[in-house]
Ligand binder design. Sequence first.
Ligand code: GDP
Ligand code: GDP
Length: 439
Amino acid sequence: MLPVIALVGRPNVGKSTLFNALTRSRDALVADMPGVTRDRHYGICHLGERPFVVVDTGGLSGSDEGIEGLTAQQVRLAIGEANLLVFVVDARDGILPLDASILGELRRSGKPVIVVVNKTDGTDEPTVMAEFASFGVAQTLPMSAAHNRGIDVLVASALPHLPPDEDDGAEARLSLEEQGMRVAIVGRPNAGKSTLINRLLGEDRLIVSDLAGTTRDPIRVRLERDGKRYTLIDTAGVRRKARVEEAVEKFSVIKTLQSIAAAQVTVLMIDARENLADQDLTLIGHVIEEGRALVIAVNKWDGLDAYQREQTVKALERRLQFASWAKIVFISALHGSGMRELMRSVVRAHTAATKELSSSDLTRTLEKAYESYQPPLVRGHAPKLRYAHPGGNNPPTIVIHGSRTKHIAPAYRRYLENFFRTRYKLEGTPIRIDFRDGE
Ligand code: GDP
Ligand code: GDP
């Protein structure tokens, strides 16, 4: 699973500024997604080949009451799930009592801590750093997040604390063939994730219950069905017979993000009896940003009358226009209806996501697309598109070489995307187009 770095500290020290600097500079792949509310508190960054999750925790104010208490609870959840804690403090405020108590809490977690002294711009840095040295944390780094200074050093210091790549336990060491298609089952609590997995396995290997989730890690469940192999990545949080622990939030965004990243296809489950929530759209946004294939499973289709079904379909089609390539299937995990269609859609999305495309064929398709419709002129010159080659799969990536490509409008990019999608029957997966200028 992806390693997790949590940014912790008082309000106003610059955590969200740092988060933005990290995600902006490290994650070039931010999809164009009209209609998606994005949860900016969680981001997936890439360090070269190495992806990790950054969490901007809300901020600890020192109060355990009310809303602030709730935030504190979320922060603690994030601390529990993190591999590395980045403690952000404010160079201009110096050390406040709250900083000392937060640091105490971070230390008690036993996780590695890096102190980031932010807003050193315009301060006397050596003096400030000397003050914060009294924390006694070996890695204490100056930073000016607002000016993008210190980010690279932080990233370099963070890397050694992250678990080695592929250290994913026995399951992940299975050969790719043994794993089969990796499918993440995600969705809000009570959407029916555990019920679906039980149904697919056809036995009560998982125990469905209404109790709050108790297990920490998404688990992988192997499935063979109609001669095909799958590894289901389960985020339901209701897998073992409910050990009743403290009522931690059942829904973990971090686990969901990790599961999406580890899978090739994501099945997003939605309860047909509830409206599509912002959280659902946020998850779809993350799936698109990660370039993962997606199937939307509208569950609990039983118990809806004809009118309700019609209304539900209409509402979904309207709100999911930005991901219109994703197949929507209607299922009842409880009664087992729609399973065949669901799995067929998963296989199709997987096939599309991992399809090998050839340069000559891509170039021919590009020429056809360009002949039937050319990008509008920019100051009297037309952007030229010369040739294309594959740039990898999952998601299928098409690299297009030409000139003035930065003037190509989003509408034209979408036109090309649709052209390639239709030509190669890329149903169920996002497509990436990379424009390059010059030869
Ligand atoms: P958060 O509450 O910890 O997420 O803090 P924010 O990221 O919202 O930042 C709080 C304020 O500090 C904002 O007004 C930022 O513009 C400012 N700020 C953040 N980083 C820096 C920095 O490196 N230098 C300076 N001078 N101001 C900063
Ligand atoms: P999870 O939190 O996403 O894992 O959801 P669960 O699988 O625990 O399901 C939550 C509740 O919805 C349980 O009471 C299930 O019995 C119920 N449920 C799940 N699937 C269906 C379905 O297809 N139809 C109906 N009517 N109820 C369902």
